[in-house]
Design a protein around this ligand. Sequence first.
Ligand code: AMP
Length: 418
Amino acid sequence: MPAFQAPKGTRDLLPPTSTRARELVAVFAGLAEQAGFGQVVPPMFEDLGVFLRLGEATDVVTKEMYDFETKGGDRVALRPELTASIVRGFVEHRPTTPWKVWATGSCFRYERAQKGRYRQFDQVDVEVLGTADPEVDIEVIALGWRFYGALGLRQVSLELNTLGDPGDRPRYLDALRAHFGAHLDALSEQSRITLEKNPLRVLDSKRPEDAELVAAAPAIADFVSDDARSAFARVQAGLDALGVPFTVAPRLVRGLDYYTRTTFEFRGVGLGASQDAVGGGGRYDGLTEDLGGPPTPGIGFALGVDRTLLACDAEGVFGAPTGGVAAFVVDVVDGSHATVLCDQLRRAGIGADRAYDGRSMKAQMKKADGSGAAVALIVGDQEVGDGTVVVKDLRTGEQEAVTRDDVVAHVRKLVSES
Ligand code: AMP
């Protein structure tokens, strides 16, 4: 065992997994920018206060924050999510609305690490600030749905709920208090504590002993204002019109406190129950004000990159890229010809690699075969004398000596045929 390993809950992404993760983000970026979203790159740490606004009853705030005091005495935290940072940036810069942005990057939560649940994980995220139009809810949810589809995922489910408006909340919270309060003995100890702080969050309990009581809890749909109800109906009709399938989940509340109205979660059907949430989001019409800005409606989602890749594994889609370089240079003279030829090929836009350390012809050809390259370029003493290079098509085995001047054009032709 080496003296040091990646810290618990973190992983090294090595090739080709790292390439796959990057391509996933590229697919997301493509879809988001095609829909008019621009990228925002917030800092990875913020004043702790920014994240405390996520709510005192959330695990993210109470148990999972990577917070510390800097050498200058500031209390900061590594971001546990992107939304709060983005909204803080909105308040700071006051861009024109509607502000449609996307973001990606690592988030940090001191979680109990297991497969699919890490202490450092990546998210892709969109946020729209400055409009309460339910058409935006539809656009945002459909963007998430199309993203999973673009990866080839077919077994993602979408659950949808409305949390109503802040004014609807007190009556519903009272009903929850009454419901759970009448069965305190049957509730887990953790949920009894949560009940005191925020009864809504008890619905989020995944503890088996709470399952029956949660399922029997009053549904928020019976408590929401007419306005919120008709907005929710419009969102559902809009998703229907786009052919985005969903189920209404009357007890879906999600982990963070700031959500209002539309709330949703994407699940990877092929994943285990404890980490089947591949993404989720919703409206947060109060968060901007909480962070010191003007009243501004907002909606967004965050999708877990790591978990989405696990969902892809479970469905056997969006595999690791096979690619690699197009050409491999075998130099059995002294290695310097490989350096020059690789440089020429790369400058011409042709991916090229080579071997090092003066390996034998046989060893270098084996490397060439393993590299995935379509073409091998071979340079020995005779070729140096003739001013040529042997270009070998690795698929057909055919080979031909080509002058140094013609080699790039010749390789390009072979590569484009492959
Ligand atoms: P949340 O910000 O909690 O709504 O999370 C949004 C998405 O991020 C989830 O649906 C997961 O896919 C992913 N996610 C959240 N926490 C973790 C974690 N600890 N490890 C891996 N992915 C996570």
